[in-house]
Design a protein around this ligand. Sequence first.
Ligand code: C2E
Ligand code: CA
Ligand code: CA
Length: 526
Amino acid sequence: MRQQTKLVFSLGLALSGILLLIAPLSWVLWKESVVAEERNVEQVARLLGERTEQRIVAAISVLDRLNNQDWEACSPAHVEAMHNAAVVRPYIKSIGYYRAEERLCGAGFIQTSEVRPPRADRIYDSGVIAWWPGEDTSLAGLPLFMIRYGVHDVAMDPRQLLDAEPLEDRRAALWVEGLRLASEPANAELPEPQTLKPGLTIDRRAGRIVSRISLGTVFPIDIVVAEPLGQFWNRYLPTLSVAGIIGLLLLILWIVLVVRYSRSRFSLTGELRYALAKGQLRAEYQPIIDLETGRCIGGEALARWVRENGERIGPDVFIPVAEDAGFLPEITRAVLDATLRDVGALLKAQPDLSINLNLGPQDLDNKSFIPALKEGLDKAELPPSAIKLEITERSLINSDAVRSLIQMLRGQGHQVAIDDFGTGYSSLSYLESFAIDILKIDKSFVDAIEKEAVTSNVIGHVIEMAKSLELATVAEGVESLHQVEWLRERGVMYAQGYYFSRPLSARKFSRFVKRRSQKVPEPEPA
Ligand code: C2E
Ligand code: CA
Ligand code: CA
């Protein structure tokens, strides 16, 4: 449960990490596309405004040029010049000539002598006179926008003052002096310029981006361009979805990595590996007592693991975990290193003392163990007799590898013990085929002594067998004086158990050894 909480917590952490990363990224991306699109709308509005203004300015300069020439009024040359100036500009429908308030002649697509608008709508200081398109300026149902400058005037199709080409799928309208002259498409619904601030407005209620541009070289003109937000979406959907998909894939990848990491980190196996790598594995030493003299002749090194949260995990739990995951040899190595570090000096000072190291099945195939053991002992300046090796009876099944390992170990001067003896059903003859030194009688048989159970007969046989094979015997799990006496009577040489001591830290073990170095006739309970 705690592991799960940890996993959920780290996942949450990882997720918030990714959100922290992705959120600003997508915000920037979004902002970028919005800003880019806004800029587009704004640019289109500006472009439209400039084109409208260019046309008006061009029309006035045409009039200016005509004014500055000495025409014989309404002569064929004069009419032709007006005609030519009009037809090259499609938005100019007609150019006309005035004397006083009378339009004498006109030329262009429309013979504007017919257009006789009454009072001008607006007279500017620049000398420009304007008639807004309306009934008075209509010709063939087309209201024209007329400007008179000097003695010439021009009639323009207001619709053609608005250049629709850069608009693409947006809508736009043109206002001159606050009067709407044209729109694209015709009758497009657009907000009045006076209701908008210059520049961009994001009108969420109407669901559109609107841009207003105002220019005023000749007349005050306003262009309003609008684009529905939906259209904006359509334009950016491909980009945004590609970015979204990439983001999603990255997110998935990240989650997979985090989950895998957390699993390995928070599974017992992963945590054990981590602890091993961090040197968090320790060893404790359980004294082994000579039953005849009561002296401590050494101890058994037992692996200890205290998790970062202080929880102690027993070797009966983590040894099988390491074995299943295939890194038991690393644990053996860590226990060996700990032993040499912790009690190396003690072993050197007391050459009759030895420490038993437990070997698991994987250690038996591990070619690097023996060299590592030799190297460690050499470095610590210890003889091979300082370290004894315990091999469980169960491992003997893997006979060939074990046989050669035992041979090598003994050849190097180590003693080898069979651990948990009695639990593996080895026969005497089978055991005989392994050249070993010590039998460690399993605790279950020692327990049976206390209960005076039938199995105590079995332990008697085991002891006899050991004697006949000339093996030293160590009784494991000795917890009472009664057991001690029983074992001593039967000629068992050594014992190990809570009666004497629990497994001890290196410091306590050293103290224990010093107390028990002299002959103690009757062992006292620890
Ligand atoms: P083991 O090799 O038979 O080690 C003896 C176990 O019996 C130890 O348990 C020890 O604390 C416990 N014990 C000793 N005296 C008594 C007693 O009087 N009463 C009771 N109830 N228990 C007693 P521990 O340390 O929990 O180790 C359990 C097993 O884990 C060991 O059994 C051994 O098989 C394995 N183990 C421990 N350290 C290592 C190691 O470094 N390498 C390998 N391969 N296995 C290890
Ligand atoms: Ca053991
Ligand atoms: Ca044992």
